[in-house]
Design a protein. Structure first.
Length: 75
């Protein structure tokens, strides 16, 4: 009977500990999900800026190329 009581107490303690760890895990998973969403948003923003930068670089390259060839034809 003594052993049974202590085993039940141990089970109750471990069950409570497991519930606490499950709550902690849920909090961490929620935080991870929020951070993953922020990361996804930042990656999309980065991709947008990269496309814009490539477009600007292309325009600059075209203008420089045009000016170089205009200059060489006029010389």
């Amino acid at each position: 009977m003594f052993k049974l009581y202590h085993n039940e107490q141990s089970i109750n303690h471990l069950t409570n500990e497991l519930k606490a760890k499950s709550r902690d895990l849920d909090k961490l998973e929620k935080k991870k999900s929020e951070i993953d969403q922020q990361l996804k948003s930042k990656k999309q923003e980065n991709a947008k800026f990269s496309r814009e930068m490539a477009s600007v670089e292309k325009k600059i390259t075209t203008k420089v190329w045009t000016k170089q060839h205009t200059f060489s034809y006029n010389s």
